[in-house]
Write a protein of this length. Structure first.
Ligand SMILES: Nc1ncnc2c1ncn2[C@@H]1O[C@H](COP(=O)(O)OP(=O)(O)O)[C@@H](O)[C@H]1O
Ligand SMILES: [Mg+2]
Length: 233
């Protein structure tokens, strides 16, 4: 069953369109990756789904509701978590307070961090009182994902979660994303530049070029020729 359905989505910055008539569908429980060269509109697509870019045309259906005109905070409450590029945690707040911010996004009031957060990210438990900005890049990324998880989302959107992160933690993030998808049944759409990582992680892929989806399918169908055509520089 479809969880997210974009129909003819056109969006951009001011009068300049960046996305052209994008139609795509993600089913409940899927783990999909969004691929494409720099500047093709991947980030803009995620921003449009969470409402940071408004549509000039088209619609977005999420969990059977039309969210096309909903403000961002409401989309978050509806169950979409957005983990932007560059692990935007609050550097001067503690790890604990950063996590609590994630809870606030869902509108839920609870004081306690669910134990499952530490089951997915054991490292965070050891650093709860530390300032977020003092964590390593990989740890900050894990905190950003954990914060997204705190809102109990149905859909997680992640923008290049492994960018600039040391290989050992890249693997950890991949494993954790897979677990979150399988165990929590959270649908995931992740932008990823590392093609090997994307192939291991995702079951579905969408390939973008100049603001349109040019190929999509099962990750097994992501052939080297597609990669060479649309990703190689
Ligand atoms: N804040 C912005 N204002 C104007 N143009 C932007 C802005 N952000 C991105 N763009 C333009 O939109 C296009 C797509 O960018 P982006 O969605 O960031 O691509 P990607 O994530 O695939 O690298 C690029 O041409 C970029 O220059
Ligand atoms: Mg981007």
């Amino acid at each position: 069953m479809s969880l997210l359905e974009l129909s003819n989505v056109t969006a951009g910055y001011g009068p300049t369109p960046v996305l052209f008539d994008i139609s795509m569908q993600i089913n409940k429980g899927e783990l999909a990756c969004l691929l494409g060269r720099n500047g093709v509109g991947k980030t803009t697509l995620l921003r449009s789904i969470i409402g940071l870019n408004s549509l000039t045309k088209g619609s977005i259906i999420f969990d059977a509701d039309d969210i096309s005109k909903m403000p961002t905070f409401k989309r978050a409450k509806y169950g979409i978590a957005y983990i932007p590029q560059g692990r935007e945690i609050i550097p001067y707040l503690s790890v604990l307070d950063n996590l609590k911010l994630g809870m606030a996004a869902s509108g839920k009031k609870s004081k306690k961090i669910p134990e499952e957060i530490f089951d997915f990210f054991p490292m965070l438990k050891e650093h709860l009182s530390r300032q977020g900005g003092l964590l390593s890049g990989g740890q900050q990324q894990q905190l950003a994902i954990a914060r997204g998880l705190m809102s109990n989302p149905k859909l997680m959107l992640l923008d290049e979660p492994t960018e600039g992160i040391q290989p050992s933690i890249v693997q950890e993030i991949e494993d954790t994303l897979k677990r979150i998808n399988k165990e929590k049944e959270i649908t995931v759409l992740v932008i990823e530049q590392k093609i090997d990582f994307a192939r291991q992680l995702a079951e579905k892929f969408f390939m973008m070029e100049k603001g349109v989806i040019v190929a999509q399918g099962e990750t097994e169908e992501l052939t080297d020729s597609l990669v060479n055509q649309y990703l190689a520089v």
